[in-house]
Design a protein around this ligand. Structure first.
Ligand SMILES: *Cc1c(COP(=O)(O)O)cnc(C)c1O
Length: 380
């Protein structure tokens, strides 16, 4: 079909305002474009160890069952998730990536044209797009210049029509984590009808010296905070970004409403089986955390040595700038030519910042070497 299809006038006006999603450039594309043999991708915060061997094994084993529908309600996966976190299974909703839980929360909790949702700026792109698609106003207050979070400013945007407040912790793209105390205080200060949604996609990467996930996740205190919902994903530390699996741990009655409207088979049979294995794959998870902790130290030291300003990160990526780098796109382009894909942050409103995912020790070195030659003022 051509782009001038005569059906455009009949498309919903909300949808007509959307631009096509622009994905990052793939390894294959960059190899082809610059005639490179090796390209490393440190752009999407994927697991540096690749896919867990046990997850690969279960995907192979279950391949023959791919003709079957998954079990509606994913009861075994829900049990596994609930047992892992020590929560009531009634609180758990599984989803096609955590993106789907976020999308469902907008549709279930907010009424189009009536309600608003509050978040920091910048925030994860899915909050922005799904708010728009749901017809819900998104109100934003800027993060502080050092990317710390001003919760009082967030609270000032909340009114009687605020359905939800979204906080990503650790945040993307900054890597900063909010303390449990500050989130608990925020939840307590919100009106009863307003849900605090905490996106914990990166929570298990919180530095061990700060107490790690156990000290930061809101899951253990959910019973004390009836208006808090937690969103999690298998895409990062559990190495399954391509399988698509996420979940929410919600107030029980809210979970039951999401279940009523979630597409019945949005979590595939393969995702369900892989998830049950992945959530119990303690050895792989521990190794992932070890490699990320070491790699983060390596990148922080290397970036600092190159004169970069590094935001302290509790995630598996690092956000940085450089005094001479006004336009990260030019640096990005030089990195691409050397076979290194990272994430420029122009779409987050940070055109002078780059986000790099923590890779293996070798990938981190390759990136740092390439960056040394790509920063403004470097000898080509
Ligand atoms: C990567 C990421 C997710 C995970 O999304 P999936 O749909 O589960 O792959 C969620 N929230 C944030 C902030 C992220 O960066």
């Amino acid at each position: 079909m051509s782009g001038t299809s005569s059906f455009t006038p009949y498309i919903s006006p909300v949808v007509r305002q959307f631009e096509p999603y622009v994905a990052g450039r793939s390894i294959a594309e960059i190899k082809e474009a610059f005639g490179l043999e090796r390209v490393i991708k440190l752009a999407s915060n994927e697991n540096p160890l690749g896919c867990s061997p046990r997850v690969q094994e279960v995907l192979r084993e279950q391949a023959a069952l791919a003709f079957r529908y998954p079990q509606a309600g994913n009861p075994r996966l829900v049990q596994a998730i609930a047992a892992h976190h020590g929560v009531d299974p009634a609180r758990v909703i599984t989803s096609d990536g955590s993106d789907e839980v976020i999308d469902l929360l907008f549709r279930v909790c907010a009424r189009p044209g009536v309600h608003n949702v509050v978040a920091f700026k910048p925030c994860f792109g899915i909050y922005t797009t799904q708010a728009r698609f749901a017809g819900v106003e998104l109100r934003q207050t800027p993060l502080n210049p050092d990317f710390t979070m001003d919760f009082d400013a967030l609270l000032r945007l909340v009114d009687k029509n605020t359905a939800m407040v979204f906080v990503t912790s650790p945040d993307n793209p900054s890597g900063r984590a909010a303390s449990r105390e500050s989130l608990a205080r925020l939840a307590g200060a919100l009106p009863e009808h307003c849900m605090l949604v905490v996106d914990e996609a990166y929570i298990d990467f919180v530095r061990a010296e700060r107490g790690g996930e156990a000290a930061f996740t809101m899951i253990p205190v959910l019973d004390e905070h009836p208006n808090v919902a937690v969103v999690r994903t298998f895409s990062k530390s559990r190495s399954m970004a391509g399988v698509r699996l996420g979940y929410g741990i919600l107030p029980g009655d809210l979970a039951s409403y999401l279940w009523r409207v979630r597409l019945p088979f949005s979590v595939s049979l393969l995702a369900e089986e892989a998830g049950i294995v992945a959530i119990n794959d303690d050895a792989f998870h521990a190794e992932t955390l070890r490699v990320v902790e070491e790699g983060r130290r390596q990148l922080e030291a290397g970036l600092t040595a190159l004169g970069c300003t590094v935001t302290p990160s509790d995630a598996n990526f690092i956000c940085f700038s450089h005094p001479a780098m006004n336009d990260a796109a030019a640096v990005n382009d030089k990195l691409l030519r050397q076979g290194v894909i990272v994430r420029g942050l122009a779409s987050y409103g940070l055109p002078d910042h780059i986000r790099v995912s923590v890779g293996t020790a070798e990938e981190n070195s390759l990136f740092l070497d390439a960056l040394a030659g790509a920063l403004p003022g470097a000898q080509a």
